[in-house]
Design a protein around this ligand. Structure first.
Ligand code: URA
Length: 231
């Protein structure tokens, strides 16, 4: 790849700034400064400001999303992207969330610049299980366990029933719900429909990835190996 393409692909600088970067000797290949923007380089062979290229084969991270921030590039208020290093936000292709969590939902959120990975994870055909821990304002009726598992549970305004979902009650007003699809506000709508509006909601698992194993404080992220999602 051309040196100017590499620097802009991985968010170091704009193509306009490349000449300046090279003049200052910030890009070194095999111990020798790269001089020309059109010089071809492999990401593995260069150091930029003395460091290897960050995530040269795609960026995949798990974030512990805090409450109150939005999974959007353009809305007002705090955004999940504000929690990431600025350089990541200049990568092209852009870094995006894999699906979304509501502003008032916390927990496990994946981000990537790999469109194919994002698509595969969110594809309705894949049914990647996602586990949510919730508390509710009122007790959840025990019958909800069978209703949610039936594959016949209809949400208002939807044309097809929800896929079977596993509800585990750990107290009158708390539990876990495992979904195999991702409809708009699905957990909140399912629990509200059985008379138990959600008080707090946290995503604790996506497929094989468990938030508890990652030891992330709210707002912290860690790089993950996308191969764990391969089947
Ligand atoms: N279901 C919801 O209601 N909200 C989320 O953020 C995720 C699933």
């Amino acid at each position: 790849m051309r040196t100017d393409a590499l620097l802009s692909r991985f968010g170091y600088c704009s193509r306009r700034e490349v000449a300046q970067w090279l003049k200052r000797g910030r890009v070194i290949r095999n111990g020798v400064p790269v001089k020309s923007p059109n010089e071809k380089v492999e990401p593995e062979d260069v150091l930029i400001d003395g460091e290897p290229v960050e995530f040269p084969h795609g960026l995949y991270v798990a974030l512990n999303k805090p409450l109150g921030c939005t999974c959007s590039h353009k809305e007002e208020g705090e955004l999940v992207y504000d929690l990431l290093p600025e350089q990541w936000l200049r990568r092209n292709p852009a870094v995006n969330t894999v699906g979304r969590l509501d502003k008032e939902t916390s927990g496990l959120l994946l981000l990537t610049d790999d469109g194919a990975f994002e698509h595969a994870q969110t594809s309705p055909k894949r049914h990647v299980p996602k586990v949510y821990a919730f508390t509710t304002e009122c007790p959840v009726p025990p019958e909800a366990v069978a209703q949610f598992a039936s594959g016949e549970f209809m949400l208002q305004g939807e044309r097809t029933p929800c896929l079977p979902a596993e509800l585990e009650l750990t107290g009158d007003c708390e539990g876990r719900l495992t979904l195999h699809e991702g409809r708009y506000h699905q957990v909140r709508r399912m629990l509200a429909a059985v008379g138990a509006p959600v008080l707090t909601l946290q995503r604790i698992e996506i497929g094989p990835l468990k938030l508890a194993d990652l030891h992330l404080e709210p707002g912290e992220w860690v790089a993950i190996d996308p191969a764990i999602f391969a089947r």
